[in-house]
Ligand binder design. Structure first.
Ligand SMILES: C[S@@+](CC[C@H](N)C(=O)[O-])C[C@H]1O[C@@H](n2cnc3c(N)ncnc32)[C@H](O)[C@@H]1O
Length: 271
C-alpha cells in the first residue's frame, strides 16, 4: 500500500498538519470543488434531512457547509480520527457561527461508536481513498444509516489524476503525488462491489471531471501540498521535486499546464 499522508496524521509534525489544514480549507473555498459537493447535496435533498453524519470530516468543511445552509434545520455530527483536525473543525465552526449546529468527535471511521439506524444521511467525502480498509467504513455507514436513509461516498478516482507540465519527469512526480496523497487510487472503481457486500443499493452515481489549463487554485494547491510532502517522506528526490515545481509554476503562469481528475459520488440506501 502507498504511503498516504492522511493515514499518518496522528504522528505528523505541526508543519505538516498546518499544510493539510490549509489544503482542506482551500478546497472549501474553491468554487469548482464546492460545486461537486453541492451536486450530491442537492441530489439527496439535504435540506429535507434531519440528522447527518460525516465520517472522516477533517477540518469540517462539508459538515460546516451543511450546518450553514439557510434551508437546513437538522443536526450534523462530524467525526475524524485526527484529534488535531477535530479541534480545528470546532474552532472554525465557532468562528463561523455554526458551533451550536454541528458537533465534532474523534473516532475511527472503520469502527465508529455511532448508534445503529440513527442518521438520515451518512457522508464519506474524500475518505475512502485514504483508508486501509475502505469496506469497513462503508459498512459502518450502512449500519448507522436509518432504513430509508442515504449513504453518500464521494471521492476522486485518483488513478485518473493527470498533471502535464512538459517536464520530462512528469510521470515520476505524478506517481509520487499519488502515493503520498491516496492509498487507494482505484477505490471508486470498486465501490459497486464494496456497496453490494455491505448491503447497500446504489440509487445514483454522479460523475465530474475537474480540469484546468494554466493557473488553477485547486491543482496549484495540490502540487504545492503534495510535492514537498513527497520529498519529505523520501518518495521523491529533493532536486527533482524542486526542479519539477519550478516547471509547474512556469507552466501555470504561462498558461500551458494541464491537470485533470475524475470525481464520483455514489448515492446508496441500506437494503
Ligand atoms: C482528504 S481528508 C477529507 C476531510 C474532509 N472530509 C473534507 O473533505 O474536507 C481525509 C480525512 O480522513 C481522515 N481519516 C483518515 N483515516 C481515518 C480513519 N481511519 N478514521 C477516520 N478518519 C480518518 C483524515 O484525518 C482526514 O481528515
Amino acid at each position: 500500500m502507498a504511503m498516504d499522508i492522511w493515514q499518518q496524521l496522528q504522528s505528523a509534525e505541526s508543519s505538516t498538519i498546518d499544510r493539510i489544514v490549509e489544503r482542506l480549507e482551500m478546497r472549501g473555498r474553491d468554487d469548482t470543488f464546492v460545486a461537486l459537493t453541492d451536486r450530491y447535496l442537492d441530489l439527496v435533498d439535504i435540506d429535507s434531512l434531519g440528522t447527518v453524519l460525516e465520517l472522516g470530516c477533517g477540518t469540517g468543511v462539508i459538515s460546516r457547509s451543511i450546518a450553514a445552509r439557510p434551508g437546513y434545520t437538522g443536526s450534523v455530527v462530524g467525526s475524524d480520527y485526527s484529534a488535531q483536525l477535530v479541534e480545528a473543525a470546532q474552532q472554525f465552526a465557532r468562528a463561523e457561527g455554526v458551533g451550536d449546529l454541528v458537533r465534532f468527535e474523534v473516532e475511527d471511521a472503520q469502527a465508529t461508536r455511532q448508534p445503529s439506524n440513527a442518521y438520515d444521511a451518512v457522508i464519506l467525502h474524500t475518505l475512502v481513498s485514504h483508508l486501509p480498509e475502505p469496506a469497513l467504513a462503508v459498512g459502518e455507514a450502512a449500519r448507522v444509516a436509518k432504513p430509508g436513509g442515504v449513504v453518500v461516498v464521494f471521492d476522486g478516482d485518483y488513478a485518473s489524476l493527470t498533471i502535464r507540465t512538459g517536464h520530462p519527469d512528469d510521470e515520476t512526480v505524478l506517481q509520487a503525488i499519488r502515493n503520498v496523497s491516496s492509498a487507494n487510487h482505484h477505490v471508486m472503481r470498486s465501490m459497486p462491489e464494496i456497496m453490494k457486500q455491505q448491503s447497500l443499493s446504489i440509487k445514483d452515481i454522479d460523475a465530474s471531471v475537474l480540469v484546468a489549463a494554466g493557473e488553477s487554485p485547486f491543482f496549484g494547491s495540490l502540487a504545492r501540498t503534495y510535492v514537498p510532502l513527497a520529498v519529505k517522506s523520501g518518495e521523491l528526490d529533493e532536486d527533482l521535486g524542486h526542479d519539477w515545481m519550478d516547471t509547474f509554476e512556469a507552466a501555470a503562469v504561462g498558461g500551458t499546464a494541464f491537470a485533470s481528475c475524475n470525481y464520483l459520488s455514489y448515492i446508496a440506501q441500506p437494503d
